[in-house]
Design a protein around this ligand. Structure first.
Ligand SMILES: [Zn+2]
Length: 89
């Protein structure tokens, strides 16, 4: 069973497709089929900055639309789909 981590959107981060490349490089995974926040098919994905309740920042793939809207405020992401920025910076 997947281990889920509750996260929220990071404020004031510039997002670009490079963060999706960062995610691909460090996760060694193929992209998830669905967006973690809305559970819709993951179309037009970006690498989104999210923060867990301990304050750790991660990159996770997300629909561009969801990342721009910053909604919902809190959602759960499968642990495997989170790449820590601190470990790889
Ligand atoms: Zn979404």
């Amino acid at each position: 069973m997947d281990f889920l981590i509750k996260v929220h959107h990071a404020e004031d981060t510039t997002t670009s497709d490079n963060m999706l490349d960062f995610w691909k490089k460090h996760s060694n995974k193929s992209l998830p089929k669905v967006c973690p926040c809305c559970k819709e098919p993951l179309l037009d994905p970006v690498g989104a900055h999210v923060i867990d309740r301990a304050g750790i920042m991660y990159i996770t793939p997300m629909r561009r639309e969801c990342n721009s809207a910053h909604k919902p405020e809190e959602f759960s992401v499968t642990k495997e789909d989170l790449v820590s920025l601190q470990l790889h910076s």
